[in-house]
Design a protein around this ligand. Structure first.
Ligand code: CA
Length: 316
């Protein structure tokens, strides 16, 4: 079932077909599969009882009804942390479309999520994806992310060994297996490779230093020297789309050179996130963005909330 994945660009369903259904629900993953995604993404966070669940944030409050269900269980910052709830409690929450702090939708054009959507474990999702491939008759890869490993350690849990155990239990062990492991933390990826002796393909995510995602200097990583160092550990990079270009004062788009520099080091480039309802500055349409990234820069893959649109554009 794991043969014949297309070479380029691979379409990675970002949190599933999250442009259509609430992110990281099994329904969003199934829809992404039927829309032709090559890889389905999982973000992995640990619960109070050290269970791994598929959620984008270390918090529960932007995508579930936790505040109504468990009042008073927030920390001093007013946030409800996955780490403060048992798996049993988290399973009882309802998942909805992503909201801002003030309760307004992040993407107003997307349906709010009126069905009984739930949180599931990392292992349950991998079983579900294995079943999808049997019934759907088409191979699909997985693209899991180790979320905030340094933060989890501060909370008393080393998430990475558990994460890698789940993968190996589901048969993902070899470099050729259809899986990319992603992380924002460059030192954790070095440990994954060298301490945990992991053979899987690894992707260094590259955000903006201002986000505070990890104690990693992304400006340095994007230099030729930084990329050369990365290439000793990882198979590719997952840069923020805005790192691929500069917007000149005349509004013309100029290649930043990052894709070419990464390719010189033999690194694949899988930028995030391609959204038709939230285009990066300077682009007038999803098709224009795809033409720039795929045809001009020759990216190797892309994260998208809209796998159907990306698939259609990539094939056109
Ligand atoms: Ca992610």
């Amino acid at each position: 079932m794991r043969m014949g994945l297309p070479i380029r660009p691979v379409i990675i369903a970002h949190r599933g077909a999250s442009g259509y259904l609430p992110e990281h629900t099994l329904q969003a993953k199934a829809l992404a599969y039927t829309m032709g995604a090559d890889y389905l993404e999982q973000d992995v966070v640990a619960t109070q009882d050290d269970q791994l669940v598929v959620l984008h944030d270390i918090h529960l409050d932007r995508v579930t009804d936790v505040a109504e269900r468990f009042p008073g269980r927030d920390r001093l910052d007013g946030r409800f942390y996955v780490r403060d709830f048992s798996l049993h409690e988290i399973r009882s929450l309802r998942v909805h479309e992503r909201m801002n702090a003030d309760g307004s939708p992040v993407y107003p054009g997307r349906p709010p999520g009126t069905e009984e959507y739930r949180v599931h474990t990392f292992s349950e999702e991998l079983t579900f994806i294995a079943e999808l491939q049997v019934t759907g008759g088409r191979p699909v890869g997985i693209y899991p992310e180790i979320k905030s490993p340094a933060w989890h350690k501060e909370e008393g849990f080393d998430i990475t060994p558990s994460f890698l155990n789940v993968l190996s239990e589901h048969g993902y062990v070899a470099h050729t297996d259809p899986v990319y492991v992603q992380c924002f933390d460059d030192q954790e990826l070095v440990r994954v490779r060298e301490v945990h002796n992991c053979s899987l393909k690894l992707i260094q995510l590259i955000g903006d230093n201002e986000w505070g995602e990890a104690d990693t200097d992304y400006d340095q990583l994007c230099s030729s020297r930084g990329l050369k160092r990365l290439a000793k550990t990882v198979d590719g990079i997952g840069p923020w789309i805005n790192h691929l270009y500069r917007l000149r004062s005349d509004r013309q788009i100029e290649d930043s050179g990052l894709v070419a520099r990464a390719h010189e080091q033999g690194l694949a480039v899988h930028p995030f996130t391609f959204r038709s309802d939230d285009l990066p500055p300077g682009f007038g349409s999803f098709a224009e963005l795809m033409r720039f990234a795929v045809d001009k820069l020759s990216i190797d893959g892309l994260f998208t909330d809209f796998p159907d649109l990306a698939r259609a554009q990539a094939n056109s």
